[in-house]
Write a protein that binds this ligand. Structure first.
Ligand code: COA
Length: 354
């Protein structure tokens, strides 16, 4: 991996240099950093290993690399992909280790997302894992935000119980929907009708309205992306509309084929869309998700006067998708009471994407 270099808005991951050895060996000796990663390492030993790596000039495909904070030029982390055997299976682990001085700024999510993209797109991997101590809730949050889901627990050699988070690509590709692809447009329209008919029957009741919606998504200041399987079948569709001078884009709409829901396709479509809007300079991705069918505790009640208190106490009663978005790092930023008639609100959610 001669050209290993990943750049995000605030960070740069690059090959090891001599000046990185001291800060990295300090990082691995820090008890806070290594609390859930097997405890502090002997700095002399880490130094030696890194110096040997430098001297050999050999560059591994799977390794940890220094992460530099662009604003300061400081080494703030050691992140990358490592080969690991887990319960008899060869896995590639996504590893993110950051200095406590930069915790709480979203750096782990930023660099882990970039490493995930690199792994899936450039290296063509179809499965990534992360081994997480069950007490390490901050790391679990990062794993979920970058699209990994809890698969199971495992016991590591030595007896430590760890959670196995995974991301699987499974041959599904996400591509632009083009204006000439009539068959794909037809499939996307059918998804809208099928996907929304149970809980939002008025959204796209027939194919004519659904086709119009899909065609509108191909216009200027729009993004329209489909998840397609190896046979060209459309399994999901996501669109977005440029708003607020491009600072914020609205996700609209999102649907996954009913037979392929809960397989990670919705997650991949949204993560892909986040990259698409971030690449166009956006800061925020937001959406409105209606509750017309008593799916949450916000439906069927008068939300005034303390609307915020209702939001704070929201409960998911019948699988409303707001929870899906929460799992991807979106937060509820508001609600429009009675947006679809009395007691039928629109729940507003947003996520920072840069
Ligand atoms: C909402 C929707 C897009 C989710 O897509 P999906 O492919 O089923 O979702 P994923 O498999 O990627 O799920 C990601 C995570 O969210 C969870 N999730 C998915 N739908 C959920 C729901 N309705 N309620 C709670 N959690 C949900 C999954 O269990 C998974 O959790 P995990 O990380 O703990 O495993 C899909 O169910 C759909 O098309 N629904 C009908 C249309 C719709 O509601 N669109 C959104 C309107 S704003």
């Amino acid at each position: 991996m001669q050209d290993m270099q990943i750049e995000t808005a605030r960070l740069r991951l690059r090959l090891l240099q001599a000046a990185d050895v001291a800060p990295l060996s300090e990082l691995w000796a820090d008890p806070k950093v290594t609390r859930y990663m097997g405890g502090p390492r002997d700095p002399a030993q880490v130094r030696q290993t890194l110096q040997e790596e430098l001297a050999s000039g050999h560059i591994e495909t799977f390794d940890l690399w220094p992460v530099i904070e662009k604003a300061t030029g400081q080494v703030v982390g050691h992140c990358g992909l490592l080969e690991k055997e887990v319960a008899g299976r060869d896995e590639i682990e996504l590893v993110y280790v950051l200095h406590p001085s930069v915790w709480g700024q979203g750096y782990a999510t930023e660099i882990a997302s970039a490493l995930r993209d690199d792994a899936l797109e450039r290296l063509g991997l179809t499965r990534l894992i992360s081994l997480i101590d069950p007490e390490n809730t901050a790391s679990e949050r990062v794993a979920r935000k970058v699209g990994l889901r809890l698969e199971r627990e495992t016991v590591r050699p030595g007896g430590k119980r760890m959670r196995v988070y995974v991301l699987e690509a499974e041959g599904v590709r996400i591509v632009d929907l083009g204006p000439k692809e009539d068959a794909v447009i037809e499939q996307a329209a059918r998804l809208l009708v099928e996907g929304f008919k149970v809980h939002w029957p008025d959204a796209w009741p027939d194919m004519t309205m659904a086709r119009d919606e899909v065609r509108a998504s191909l216009g200027p200041d729009r993004i329209s992306r489909v998840a397609v399987d190896g046979d060209g079948q459309v399994l999901g569709w996501v669109g977005a509309i440029r708003e607020y001078d491009g600072h914020a884009w609205e996700l609209h709409p999102l649907v996954v084929h009913p037979e392929h829901q809960r397989q990670g396709i919705g997650r991949r479509l949204v993560l892909d869309l986040e990259r698409q809007v971030a690449a166009r300079g956006a800061v925020t991705l937001y959406l409105g998700t209606d509750d017309e069918d008593h799916m949450t505790s916000l439906s069927g009640v008068d939300l005034y006067p303390d609307v915020a208190a209702h939001i704070a106490a929201i409960e998911n009663r019948r699988g409303h998708p707001y929870e899906f978005y929460q799992k991807l790092g979106f937060v509820i930023v508001g609600v429009i009471p009675d947006a679809n008639g009395p007691g039928k609100p629109d729940i507003l959610m947003a996520k920072r994407v840069c």
